[in-house]
Design a protein around this ligand. Structure first.
Ligand code: FMN
Length: 354
């Protein structure tokens, strides 16, 4: 347990401990997509209570990649200033900031005049289907990731996290369920990972900026988890992480699809996959999902996994890391998932907050 509180590093970045706040959309962006004062207060509350590294809320790299209401954006230089304020408050308290860059792909919000892009065509409803991306579309979206990484650097962030999990565009490429392409962006694991690898390589080469990758540890077909497919997926995942490392990625965060439905699991949800990844790839692993008490943190540390990351418990108790430090055993969070609803219905984030 002590190890979790000891200083550490990712690449050349020193960290005050091994606690991450996983990317968490809060629904409180300004209407234009810039970071609001309320969001900056949320970050300060985490930073001053010992969270070592904070991954921002999902941030759109293009207008047609916005996937949720009140999302932050970084598709224009005008967003740099508010992001810089956020970084400044985190740094004031010794915490690091990684900006989570994403494109929603087939999960993007449908605007009257926009296309919805995805690796392969998806029929969203009777009238609407997505547009299968051409290689030109892919190249344009890769360029936009690079521009957003550059803006993150100008805002004095410590790095970026590419969101390649939870069914957004990059994970749609990675997953054999949503990627049926027959060109070099589809087929084998290495091909399905190609777009992610290109983004990492270009951020490293052109922006000279640290890149973390968030990945799914599991594969779901419809709502089903299929054992054999998941074994194949884990082997693919390991190959992809090797590829990410060779492209210059400094760490991977392992999450998974369907995490909202896993609250009956009483251990960190994806610890098995994280252990397998650590056996095969020498890269820092950040584990997220279902970490709720000091026993879980001990399990993660004992498995030689590098970092623990939390989202819902830190919405409920932003000072949770401090509380763990002084002996509180378990988070108050009951994983009720109301944090997805309350911000828009009641203007608050947790059932336990007023
Ligand atoms: C309200 C809410 C918003 C979230 N927003 C994001 C997000 O913007 N990007 C992301 O990658 N994951 C997001 N997540 C998922 C978390 O980062 C994390 O992977 C997941 O909640 C599992 O961790 P936990 O059990 O500690 O909550 C969100 C989760 C919640 C509850």
């Amino acid at each position: 347990m002590q190890r979790a509180f000891q200083s550490s590093r990712i690449g050349n970045i020193p960290l005050k401990n091994r606690f991450f706040r996983s990317a968490t959309h809060d629904y409180f962006a300004n209407p234009d997509g810039s970071i609001s004062d309320r969001q900056i207060d949320i970050i300060e509350d985490l930073a001053k209570h010992r969270v070592g590294a904070i991954i921002t809320a999902i941030t759109a790299i293009r207008a047609d990649g916005i996937s949720i209401e009140n999302q932050n954006r970084l598709d224009d230089d005008r967003y740099i200033e508010s992001l810089r304020k956020l970084c400044d408050v985190a740094h004031k308290h010794g915490s690091k900031v990684f900006v989570q860059l994403a494109h929603g792909g087939a999960k993007s919000l449908l605007e009257a005049d926009s296309m919805i892009y995805s690796p392969s065509k998806v029929q969203l409803n009777e009238d609407v289907s997505t547009t299968e991306m051409s290689q030109k579309d892919i190249a344009r979206i890769v360029d936009d990731f690079i521009r957003a990484a550059h803006r993150s650097k100008l805002a004095k962030a410590d790095g970026v996290q590419l969101h390649a999990a939870h069914g957004y565009l990059l994970s749609q490429f990675i997953s054999s369920v949503s990627n049926a392409r027959t060109d070099e962006y589809g087929g084998s694991a290495i091909n399905r990972f190609r777009i992610v690898k290109e983004i990492i390589e270009r951020i490293v080469a052109e922006v000279d900026f640290p890149v973390i990758l968030k990945l799914n540890s599991n594969l779901i077909r419809g709502n089903h988890f299929i054992e054999e497919e998941n074994e194949t997926y884990l082997a693919d995942l390991i190959e992809m992480i090797k590829d990410a490392k060779s492209a210059g990625c400094v760490a991977v965060e392992l999450s998974g699809t369907g995490f909202q439905q896993l609250s009956q699991i009483t251990h960190p949800y994806f610890i098995h996959q994280a252990i397998e990844v650590k056996k095969h790839v020498d890269i820092p692993v950040i584990l997220v999902g279902g970490i709720r008490n000091t026993k879980h943190i001990q399990q993660v540390m004992d498995a030689n996994i590098d970092f623990v990351s939390m989202s819902r418990p830190l919405i409920c108790e932003p000072d949770l890391v401090d509380k763990f430090k002084v002996g509180q055993f378990k988070a108050r969070c009951i994983l009720c998932n109301q944090c997805f609803v309350l911000p828009t219905t009641k203007d608050r984030r947790c059932v336990f907050h007023k």
